[in-house]
Design a protein around this ligand. Structure first.
Ligand code: AMP
Ligand code: GLY
Length: 418
């Protein structure tokens, strides 16, 4: 079987790495990929949805796997379905639960899925008047996609007001900030939940945990994600069943009823609050860097599972996971998530059975591996205990991997201490 993976991040490298282990997969293409994906298959220098469709018309593949959210929001899965190629990834309508936070909130309200109380605003004055009547912290979100960075937890009314101004007036997230959602701050322990879905059936992964902010102790600005662990110690099968029954299955049923059957990975960010699990947000794709940890512990053949989701036959497959714990430590460029330099030389730690380095923002320039993005590498390990896995990952990291490398030193710590 031939597979095309769309995307260029660490998630796509991890997916390509795992698909390469499938006996059924004979060829992997990655569009456009990175320096790491080139070791798993063939990178193709195409980026836009229309280039991808043109390429698919000329090159027969058996499955397309879409990584990033922007392609889903553009309707790439719809266009691929139209030309008759099986696709893993939801349609534009099914993925609206990710690309419009206001739609997601309304959907959750209608279906009865537990989430934070909220209001939606389409102009700055109304939003400013509203926050004056509220107490902080308040959570302010750009409605549309913003690479995971469009959320501010405002601790003061001044911060809330300046955030609203930046999003709605200065348009720091472009049209994604035409509308904003202001919601209640949820207290609790946050986890990432992923479920393989075929439109009707769902199979949950073990829970994982991302570390979203740039600095240790979860401080500083939001990023795309600085490191993950999976599974999360202390999260029980009962917790996961509750999340499946109260959140994942009602979401799938609600979307199907609205003629938006969801095929792909449904990834709700969940806050475990004292009143039970509540949805922080929905993603309609694999998490990055959650996937880098997940692919290290997935036992089943990834191709079988993705293909079954695309074909609506998930009932016929069993998804198995290895025992032990995985972690991923993201190495980011200096000044990320702000603007950062590219083109800095990388000295990569060697892969071994235990350590696998997934590339994200990397490329080859004049025969040299160089940085090409904010999140550059993901160091992943697996071991019997989470503490051992983390110890192994951190022992392979040094500051000379590339100039200015920054990473969090506390990935997984709150989960070990919990
Ligand atoms: P989102 O992009 O909606 O996942 O938000 C990014 C991050 O902001 C989440 O991973 C949470 O850590 C935090 N967050 C978002 N919404 C809330 C909320 N209502 N209460 C507390 N934290 C939140
Ligand atoms: N790691 C969080 C995300 O992929 O949205």
């Amino acid at each position: 079987m031939k597979v095309l993976i769309v995307g260029s991040g660490g998630r796509e490298h991890a997916l390509a790495w795992k698909l390469k282990q499938s006996k059924k997969v004979t060829q992997i293409f990655i569009a456009p990929g990175n320096a790491g994906t080139a070791s798993c298959g063939q990178n193709i220098e195409i980026r836009t949805s229309s280039e991808i469709i043109d390429w698919l018309k000329q090159n027969k593949v058996d499955l397309v796997v879409i990584g990033p959210d922007n392609y889903l929001a553009e309707g790439l899965a719809d266009s691929i379905q139209k030309i008759g190629v099986p696709v893993f990834g939801p349609t534009k309508a099914a993925s609206e639960i990710e690309w419009s936070k206001s739609y997601a909130k309304q959907f959750m309200k209608d279906v009865g899925i537990p989430s934070a109380t909220y209001r939606v605003f389409e102009n700055e004055e109304d939003a400013l008047l509203y926050v004056k009547t509220q107490s902080c912290p308040l959570v302010i979100k750009a409605d549309g996609l913003a690479s995971g960075k469009g959320v501010v937890i405002a601790k003061t009314l001044e911060e809330a007001a300046s955030t609203i101004h930046n999003i709605m007036n200065k348009k720091i997230y472009g049209v994604s900030g035409n509308k904003i959602v202001i919601e209640e701050y949820l207290e609790g322990f946050e986890i990432s939940v992923h479920a393989f879905c075929d439109g009707e059936n769902a199979i949950l992964f073990p829970a994982s945990k991302d570390h979203k902010r740039i600095f240790d102790g979860d401080t500083g600005p939001m990023t795309g994600g600085m490191g993950t662990i999976a599974p999360v110690p202390g999260i029980s099968d009962e917790d996961m069943m509750l999340i499946r029954d109260r959140i994942v299955l009602p979401t799938l049923a609600g979307l199907k009823k609205r003629n938006r059957p969801f095929r792909g990975v449904l990834f709700p960010g969940i806050m475990l609050t004292k009143d039970g699990p509540k949805v922080i947000e929905f993603n309609a794709r694999f998490g990055d860097p959650e996937t880098q940890s997940y692919m290290r512990i997935l036992k089943s053949d990834l191709f079988d599972v993705l293909y079954a989701c695309a074909k609506g036959s998930l009932k016929n497959v069993d998804v198995k996971w290895n025992s032990g714990f995985a972690c991923c430590i993201v190495l980011a460029s200096a000044d990320y998530p702000g603007s950062y330099k590219k083109g800095l030389p990388i000295k990569i730690p060697a892969d071994s059975k235990e350590i696998v380095v997934f590339h994200a923002g990397t490329t080859i320039h004049e025969n040299q591996l160089v940085t090409n993005g904010g999140r550059v590498l993901g160091i992943t390990t697996v071991d019997e205990t989470l503490k051992q896995a983390l110890g192994l990952a951190y022992s392979s990291i040094s500051y000379d991997i590339f100039p200015g490398v920054q990473y969090r030193k506390d990935i997984g710590i709150v989960s070990i201490e919990k």
